[in-house]
Design a protein around this ligand. Structure first.
Ligand SMILES: [Cu+2]
Length: 261
């Protein structure tokens, strides 16, 4: 009898040990994709947006952030894995599933999203989120702004921020995947973009054009880098277990005929 119990205990301990090893291996297997996005050819001149209202707060003009390039590096491009392009059904992910899959390591994917109205512009002008992410909008200007978010013709949110210091949280605006436009009805020059994904494998490039997509399960993927004005580039990649893959991507110049409205 005692022998049987000790066998059961030993077997259980072995199972638990195997489970822990399996979990550790699964976690260790996730790789990452990092890279830099550059612009082919010369950077376009930075356009100026004419301020037609509230000049005492907003100034006479504001620099356009439609295309932000420094030393050939493209900021505010969105890099992502196109899971729909893979064989089989595309994976769907809730924020909870994204966190469980290791996306918590990638930062941007699991962070609540905040868009601030500052200096009569949306800051940041381009953001990306997993579907279901809570959106916070703030007004730091002493003028009325509103944040109107559309997915194609569909209105996803219209959030009114009448005075400085107002902050609103919204759970509905970012529920559907797609390219969402952000506008302020009071100031027609104010424009922003939110790209919503149904998975956590995306990142927005920083001022140096760099991005990192973390927690990527090993496999073959189509990596896409997308920019609202510069178009997109696609690349077939293979992420080996635990690999940190580095890629360099180039977007065509806005003046090269590849720009999109
Ligand atoms: Cu405004």
């Amino acid at each position: 009898m005692r022998k049987t119990i000790s066998r059961v205990v030993a077997a259980s301990a072995l199972n638990l040990g195997l489970l822990l090893i399996f979990a550790a291996v699964a976690h260790a297997q996730a790789g990452s994709v990092r890279g830099t996005v550059t612009l082919a050819g010369a950077a376009p001149a930075i356009g100026k947006l004419t301020v037609t209202k509230d000049q005492e707060v907003c100034g006479e003009s504001l620099p356009s952030r439609a295309v932000v390039v420094a030393d050939g590096r493209v900021q505010y491009a969105i890099a992502y894995l196109d899971l729909a392009a893979q064989d089989g059904a595309p994976r769907r992910a809730t924020p909870a599933a994204a966190a469980a899959s290791g996306a918590k390591d990638s930062g941007a994917a699991s962070q609540p999203l905040t868009i601030t109205n500052r200096g009569c512009a949306f800051d940041p002008p381009v953001v990306a989120a997993v579907a279901g992410t809570k959106l916070t909008v703030r007004n730091e200007d002493p003028v009325f702004h509103n944040v109107r978010i559309r997915l194609g013709p569909r209105s996803m949110a219209n959030l009114s921020l009448p005075v400085r210091g107002v902050q609103i949280e919204n759970q509905r605006a970012l529920t559907l995947p797609g390219v969402l436009t952000v506008k302020c009805d009071a100031h027609e020059w104010m424009e922003g973009t939110v790209r919503v994904f149904d998975h956590p494998y995306f990142a927005v490039t920083g001022a140096d054009g760099s991005f990192e997509i973390a927690g990527v399960p090993p496999g073959k993927y189509t990596l896409v880098v997308w920019h609202a004005k510069l178009g997109e580039q696609r690349r077939e990649i293979t992420v080996a277990p635990g690999e940190s893959l580095t890629v360099a991507l180039t977007l065509p110049s806005a003046s090269g005929g590849a720009s999109r409205p």
